[in-house]
Design a protein around this ligand. Structure first.
Ligand SMILES: [Zn+2]
Ligand SMILES: [Zn+2]
Length: 94
């Protein structure tokens, strides 16, 4: 399965504000925000209409907040693959 390393505490988010270069706060993944007009849906639709659905797979959209500019932004983080079960690891064993 694919997991977001930031959501799972494997990595800390290191992203700076494009406006002021301040480190931003991570408010969590966008899908945690259950809004009817989720921006995540817009991103999905946009990529799909471009014919590149793969670009949005295995990415975790995070909502960020710059404490300096007081503005929110979204960034897509690459997820990483981890085997679902230990069985899959032994597949490569002799
Ligand atoms: Zn995440
Ligand atoms: Zn800023």
């Amino acid at each position: 399965m694919w997991i977001c390393p930031v959501c799972n505490g494997l990595e800390s988010l290191t992203y700076t504000c494009p406006q002021c270069a301040n480190p931003v706060d991570d408010l969590g993944k966008l899908s945690d925000y259950d809004e009817p007009y989720s921006p995540y849906r817009e991103i999905n639709d946009m990529k799909l209409s471009n014919g590149y659905p793969d670009l949005v797979q295995h990415q975790c959209i995070h909502l960020l907040h710059c404490p300096n500019c007081k503005q929110e932004m979204q960034v897509a983080l690459d997820e990483r693959y981890v085997p679902d079960s230990p069985d899959q690891l032994s597949e490569y064993a002799p």
